[in-house]
Design a protein around this ligand. Structure first.
Ligand SMILES: C=C(O[C@@H]1C=C(C(=O)O)C=C[C@H]1O)C(=O)O
Length: 158
């Protein structure tokens, strides 16, 4: 991986904040693509340490700059660990802007993939995922950086 991409893929602070900063004059927007109850995919259940199959709340978004998707994300939170968090009310507010305000937030090591997003038609150089926890609450956040972001920021292909 190029150092330019490593800085994005390995970052552990808020991606929302980084995208807004990198976007400069461009307008940032979270576009809500879907939110629903699901049975997590096998690999998602494994990463979350869930006995399969358990119901989970799923949210899919595109993080857009001036209307162009730079990142697509799918977040999966086991219902049993939602602990009354009303995540469905986030709407087009960023999950990150809420998450990073939670006291005692912990983040697992980041897993990286070169595979395309399994939940979206767009493609790009890298994907990653990690689990955020605070107290008993847990959410798996899976983010895929798209070609449009590489083009707009003049990043290398990989
Ligand atoms: C986890 C973060 O939140 C971002 C916002 C998301 C959303 O609103 O659904 C999903 C993934 C993120 O990239 C972050 O900013 O780091």
């Amino acid at each position: 991986m190029s150092p330019d991409w490593w800085r994005w893929v390995a970052s552990r602070d808020s991606l929302t904040a980084r995208l807004i900063a990198a976007g400069g004059e461009r307008r940032f927007r979270v576009r809500l693509l879907d939110q629903r109850l699901i049975r997590p995919r096998h690999d998602e259940a494994r990463v979350l340490g869930l006995p399969y199959p358990r119901l989970a709340w799923c949210r899919e978004v595109a993080l857009c700059l001036d209307g162009h998707p730079w990142v697509v994300a799918r977040s999966v939170a086991p219902l049993a660990r939602l602990r009354g968090q009303r995540l469905e009310r986030l709407g087009e507010r960023s999950l990150g802007s809420w998450l990073f305000r939670q006291p005692g937030l912990e983040r697992s090591p980041i897993e990286v993939t070169a595979a395309p997003p399994p939940f979206h038609a767009a493609s790009g150089p890298w994907g990653r995922r990690s689990v955020f926890r605070h107290g008993r609450f847990a959410v798996l956040v899976q983010e895929f950086f798209l070609e449009r972001m590489a083009d707009d920021l003049g990043l290398p292909s990989r």
